[in-house]
Design a protein around this ligand. Structure first.
Ligand code: ADP
Length: 455
């Protein structure tokens, strides 16, 4: 299908991406990122906090190192050669990303098929700089310098079916490319506003932050400075509406200043945009002071102004899953539905939790599986060669337990799933027993209990 062709497709204005987007390449279609007959593979290089080397220097050193090695490219860490003193001194980790998009059936990409695209970066450790509201009100926005230590690994921790993350990354990359090249917005419309909508706890806010972090890394040669401003729309509607108006003005003045700097890439994350719509509606029906409508309108006007700047991406989330019909939402070019976790995703989330507990020594590893990593859902499926993994002897017993747990969690959000191992551990009769099977049994029971307590 055309979705697999070279250009990333921008979803037309009204379309909601409710359906997962297929990204695996079919036989004859060229892979999406193909240059010089080679697969473009991103290699992210994280500098040590102590390093004072220039990013370009490190990038080149890694490029040279990769040229020398005849390795295969799979997602994950690359060992830093011990005799490369420059890299040993300056680099914390080298990570290959996104290859899974090009390979199918557990194939591997070999070095001669690949053109590595190296991105070197150093995480900032400053943490958010909070802007306090007046009179000790909760902060109305947070500011982060990207890439931030807090968001490290967030992208990888979010698991979705069917290339949702890759697709978002490509939308944003295309949008940035278009503005970088000065594509006339009157001819090709593209306004750099992204809306993620879906039920609560499906990882929308985290995905926005992770996307901003990724883009700050991937685009750092064009935009060496990058910030994320996180606005909680809900907090703008405190009872102090007159304050809110001022807050919005202050906020956008600040953003405008950032955007004027050509080397800055600015992300504005507006969470829970549905509260804007609600406030507007309430104001119209007279149940809220008309001040609130002024705040919303101010926000929309400011956003429209900001739209013309090439170096800003506005990320929004909404928990409303049905028709979202707001002036605000109409402005979004890219709307993606983030749905509840499927069985596959639930298994993978629980697997990553259990792996973490094994890694930290809370539970011991499973017999016959000394390593930290447990079999993935797709590898089990392949082995079982059937849809019903449960009935197969080739699947280790603990994996069946993990699948049972994942089945028991149908209806739980990603957020609740990540809490489940914690609840399970606290329900253990002997918290100092490291027995992994016992732990899984308790987790299944906990899942069932959680399910029975859902509203
Ligand atoms: P939302 O904004 O949709 O309410 P959040 O971004 O607040 O959701 O998600 C909270 C947490 O739940 C995330 O940080 C993550 O740990 C977990 N989570 C939710 N969905 C997923 C997912 N699909 N894969 C992995 N973790 C998830």
């Amino acid at each position: 299908s055309h979705k697999n062709s070279c250009e990333a497709t921008i979803i037309p204005h009204q379309t909601l991406v409710a359906e997962p987007i297929a990204t695996t390449t079919t036989d004859n279609t060229p892979p999406p990122c193909f240059n010089d007959n080679k697969f473009l593979v991103s290699v992210e290089v994280c500098l040590k906090p102590s390093s004072t080397a220039r990013l370009e220097e490190v990038q080149r050193a890694v490029e040279r190192m990769l040229e020398k090695r005849s390795m295969s490219y799979v997602d994950g860490l690359v060992r830093i050669p011990e005799d490369d003193l420059f890299l040993v001194e300056n680099v914390q980790r080298i990570c290959i990303c996104d290859t899974e998009e090009w390979v199918k059936n557990n194939d591997v990409l070999l070095f001669w098929q690949v053109k590595p695209v190296v991105h070197a970066f150093q995480l900032t450790e400053e943490g958010p700089c909070e802007e306090l509201g007046a009179d000790g009100q909760p902060a109305s926005f947070n500011e982060w310098i990207l890439p931030a230590k807090e968001f490290d690994g967030l992208w990888e921790s979010l698991i979705y079916e069917s290339g949702l993350k890759q697709q978002l990354l490509r939308y944003a990359a295309t949008a940035l490319l278009f503005t970088q090249k000065g594509v006339n917005p009157n001819l090709v419309s593209c306004n750099r506003i992204i809306l993620l909508h879906g039920p609560p706890g499906t990882g929308k806010t985290s995905l926005c932050k992770a996307l901003a972090q990724k883009l700050s890394i991937r685009f750092n040669s064009r935009y060496p400075h990058c910030q994320l401003i996180e606005v909680n729309a809900h907090s703008l509607f405190s009872k102090w509406f007159s304050e809110s108006g001022k807050l919005v003005a202050k906020l956008f003045q600040k953003i405008q200043e950032m955007v004027e700097e050509d080397n800055n890439l600015v992300f504005v994350l507006i969470d829970e945009v549905e509260s804007l719509a609600a406030a507007r509606k309430a104001a119209l029906s007279g149940s809220e002071p008309s001040d609130s409508i002024r705040v919303v309108n101010a926000l929309l006007t400011q956003m429209d102004k900001l739209k013309s700047a090439p170096n800003v991406i506005i990320l929004t989330t909404s928990n409303i899953t049905t028709a979202i019909d707001v002036a605000f939402v109409d402005r979004a070019d890219i709307k993606a539905y983030v749905g509840p976790p499927t069985l596959h995703v639930r298994y993978e989330i629980l697997r990553s939790c259990v792996e973490e507990l094994i890694c930290k020594g809370i539970i011991s590893s499973f017999q016959g599986y000394d390593g930290l990593s447990l079999p993935s859902f797709s590898s089990l499926k392949e082995k079982a060669n059937a849809t019903e993994i449960h009935d197969t002897d080739t699947v280790p017993w603990f994996c069946k337990q993990l699948i049972e747990a994942a089945k028991a969690c149908e209806g739980l959000s990603g957020r609740s799933l990540r809490k489940l191992p914690f609840l399970a551990h606290s329900a253990l009769s002997d918290p100092y027993s490291h027995d992994p099977s016992n732990f899984l049994c308790t987790m299944i029971e906990t899942a069932k209990r959680e399910m029975s307590e859902l509203p």
